[in-house]
Design a protein around this ligand. Structure first.
Ligand SMILES: Cc1cc2nc3c(=O)[nH]c(=O)nc-3n(C[C@H](O)[C@H](O)[C@H](O)COP(=O)(O)OP(=O)(O)OC[C@H]3O[C@@H](n4cnc5c(N)ncnc54)[C@H](O)[C@@H]3O)c2cc1C
Length: 378
């Protein structure tokens, strides 16, 4: 039996972008939020930039978030070894929005999901779209739940693709992604008792290392490099991974400060960390937000903010436009595309600027590729 769940707006993906969009839209529309996972799986601990506090405040969540201390530590900035051996501090002390937050990333996403569930949004998980049909005034999404027998059909007037780097809905429409590089991150976590409130970034000949304190007396450690430059099986070999980390002077110091025995170190594997963009980020009665629209190098520390900001912008436009006027919805798709293009172009300028600052290994493929990056003609 297929269950019919009629709604106005279907949001695919209950990551940060999807949750923020669902929360902002739930005040004005009937919304369904769909995710393949019942809860957020383990994710690398990330830094939420200070400006994200404004969006949380707008949604009435900032106070509850600030009080929920198990979710975050203050992030006072970044100490980077980039371009030379010297250590450059980029602190948040004078940032008008205050310090950022070093997140228990999965915890944060699950906390957002709880707020979505407490609003009027109907949450469908685990569920994923398996087919889509376009009608005159909307879409029909066919979903499969945990088993192929648990099926539902969601007729709706607008679809938001918030499914992250795979941009699942756009892919079902046949829209391709463009990638600028093949960067991946191999990441680990380990016990840590020191009270270091700065994140550390350190360039090396094959990429760069990142480490930061996390809530719950943990530290995250990640290596960013290109998939084809990785030593075979490194993401499965914790001994080799930690040995490599110790050869990096600035990172070795942080690891030495961790008193934990080796068994408290956990290698989580590898994940995509490249710069990508959908060729088309919106169309009639659909739009992509967050990583689904464009995904950034973690060096920028802007991915989560971008997911939140694009979700809020799109929600505001939908509230203004409504769902009944085709011309206005066409205009909305153009405005959204123009906004994403402008963010993307600014991001590319920053990307180029930062990578050109590091000239210590001009012959190494990781750096050569970034110094001669061909901007995508879109
Ligand atoms: C190594 C690394 C470090 C990073 N560090 C930072 C940082 O410090 N600061 C920062 O701001 N950003 C950082 N980022 C970027 C940040 O993680 C992303 O930009 C952010 O998670 C994007 O959120 P999103 O909601 O758009 O997508 P996602 O978080 O990817 O969420 C997508 C959701 O869609 C669901 N989904 C996918 N496919 C389907 C499907 N077919 N059906 C149903 N559901 C589906 C997924 O389960 C998921 O819940 C980092 C990224 C990486 C890789």
């Amino acid at each position: 039996m297929t269950q019919f769940i009629q709604t106005q707006i279907a949001v695919i993906g209950a990551g940060i972008g999807g949750c923020i969009a669902a929360l902002a839209l739930s005040r004005h529309f009937d919304v369904v939020l769909i995710d393949q996972h019942t809860e957020c799986p383990a994710r690398i601990g990330e830094c939420l930039p200070p400006a994200a506090g404004r969006i949380l405040r707008e949604l009435g969540l900032l106070e509850a978030f600030t009080r929920h201390q198990a979710l975050h530590l203050p992030c006072h900035g970044i100490r980077s070894h980039w371009g030379s051996d010297a250590c450059v501090m980029n602190d948040n002390l004078r940032n008008p929005d205050g310090p950022g937050w070093q997140l228990d990333r999965a915890g944060f996403e699950n906390w957002l999901r709880q707020h979505v569930m407490a609003s009027n949004v109907r949450c469908l998980w685990p569920a994923r779209p398996v087919a889509v049909q376009q009608g005159r005034d909307g879409w029909l999404l066919q979903l499969h739940g945990e088993t192929a027998e648990s099926r539902s059909a969601v007729p709706c007037h607008f679809v938001i693709d918030a499914s992250g780097r795979r941009s699942f809905f756009a892919a079902m429409l046949g829209i391709r992604r463009l990638a600028l590089d093949k960067q991946v991150a191999i990441w680990a976590s380990l016990a840590c008792e020191c009270d270091d409130r700065m994140a550390t970034l350190s360039a090396c000949e094959y990429g760069w290392w990142y480490s930061a304190r996390l809530p719950g007396q943990r530290r995250v450690l990640a290596l960013q490099t290109d998939a084809d430059l990785l030593r075979h099986g490194l993401h499965l070999d914790d001994k080799r991974f930690f040995q490599m980390a110790r050869t990096q002077k600035d990172i070795a110091g942080l690891l030495a400060a961790s008193p934990a025995p080796q068994k408290q170190w956990q290698l989580h594997g590898k994940t995509s960390a490249n710069t990508t963009r959908l060729k088309q980020v919106a169309g009639f009665r659909w739009a992509a937000i967050g990583d689904a629209a464009c995904s950034f190098n973690p060096l920028s520390s802007q991915g989560m903010f971008n997911a939140m900001a694009t979700a809020m912008q799109l929600a505001e436009q939908l509230v203004d436009t409504g769902l009944n006027h085709p011309e206005a919805l066409t205009a909305l798709s153009h405005t959204h595309s123009a906004q994403i293009t402008s963010v993307w172009q600014r991001y590319l300028e920053h990307h180029r600027h930062y990578y050109l600052q590091e000239q210590r290994w001009p012959g190494m493929p990781y750096w050569q590729r970034r110094h001669h990056l061909q901007p995508l003609g879109i």
